[in-house]
Write a protein that binds this ligand. Structure first.
Ligand SMILES: Nc1ncnc2c1ncn2[C@@H]1O[C@H](COP(=O)(O)OP(=O)(O)OP(=O)(O)O)[C@@H](O)[C@H]1O
Length: 293
């Protein structure tokens, strides 16, 4: 396989902490790769080693077969969570400033179109909305026309509409065959965008694969929810259903059989909700807690 990124046996040890403990994975060219995990799992440390920002204790990172060296910043793009933007500069001026840092750059018109910046090009950086700021930061990550783009929680703090707009931009970038490494605390984002995901916990990889592979491996069941008032507690206990404060949660591998049972017991089906497992459920199952704090 022609991997854009190959991470082999990566470890980072601090005095008494194994922040990253023998982690290996490949990212194929043109894929969106999601690195997920609870706080302190080792994601930032892994990514900072991949970006050449901190050295590994052991292990290697190769880009298209080449080891990371000091020249790597010219070849990759990074959207940091907290990039400080220069006050009193407009978006257009900021693009020009950042262009001057690189030997090879994308044409400004292309960046403006790709990141949908045209409506606020002459606005001072300080006056940008959260979504506009993230679009500018994305443009800055793409300014050197990198083959590989790192996006660190790019939609944290955005409203649902701005998040969806941003997802479309990421899809557009992916359509250009660029490789994307994404960290996110939003499982719906990972499900929408990622071809492959790796879930880390305590410095180690605990699961990896496509979202579909992981969900079908871990969940054969479907969830059925019913308002609590409609289900007799005795029946719920008898069937081993989970009684929550406002609803009863039924986990079943056979929806038809469960519905027939509910009807047999004359349970009203108003407000019934059927749900397949998603990455949130997977995350909870694997790590014991939900990713979104
Ligand atoms: N410079 C450091 N010195 C000592 N320990 C560190 C250092 N940097 C990180 N760690 C520890 O390494 C572990 C992994 O941290 P890391 O920041 O990589 O996790 P993370 O998965 O990115 O978490 P988050 O989602 O909270 O950003 C944590 O226990 C952290 O406290």
């Amino acid at each position: 396989m022609n991997a854009a990124i190959c991470v082999q046996g990566l470890s980072k040890h601090y005095k008494d902490v194994r922040a990253v403990d023998n982690v290996s994975f490949d990212v194929p060219q043109g894929h969106c790769f999601g690195l997920l995990g609870p706080n302190g799992a080792g994601k930032t440390t892994t990514i900072e080693i991949m970006e050449g920002i901190i050295p590994a204790t052991s292990g290697q990172v190769h880009y298209q077969g080449q080891a990371v060296d000091s020249n790597i910043s010219q070849q990759i793009g990074i959207q940091f969570q907290h990039t400080a933007l220069q006050d009193f500069l407009t978006v257009k001026e900021t693009l020009s400033l950042f262009s001057s840092f690189y030997t090879k750059t994308l044409k400004q018109e292309q960046l403006i179109e790709l990141c949908d910046l045209s409506d606020f090009l002459n606005r001072d950086n300080r006056l940008l909305s959260g979504g506009q700021r993230q679009r500018l930061l994305l443009a800055l990550a793409l300014i050197n026309d990198p083959n590989i783009v790192f996006l660190d929680e790019p939609t944290t703090g955005l409203d649902p509409h701005a998040r969806r707009n941003f997802w479309q931009l990421i899809k557009n970038i992916k359509a250009q065959n660029k490789t994307i490494v994404l960290t996110t605390h939003y499982m719906d984002e990972a499900e929408q965008l990622c071809d492959d995901i790796v879930i880390m916990d305590k410095g180690k990889i605990i699961e990896s694969g496509t979202p579909h592979q992981l969900l079908s491996k871990h969940f054969q069941e479907i969830f059925i929810y019913l308002p609590k008032a409609q289900v007799e507690t005795a029946l719920a206990h008898e069937q081993g259903w989970k009684v929550m404060s406002d609803r009863v949660e039924i986990t079943t591998a056979n929806v038809e059989k469960t519905l027939a049972l509910l009807m047999h017991h004359k349970v009203a089906l108003d407000g019934l909700h059927v749900k397949s497992a998603n990455l949130d459920d997977l995350f909870l199952k694997l790590t014991g807690h939900s990713l979104q704090a």
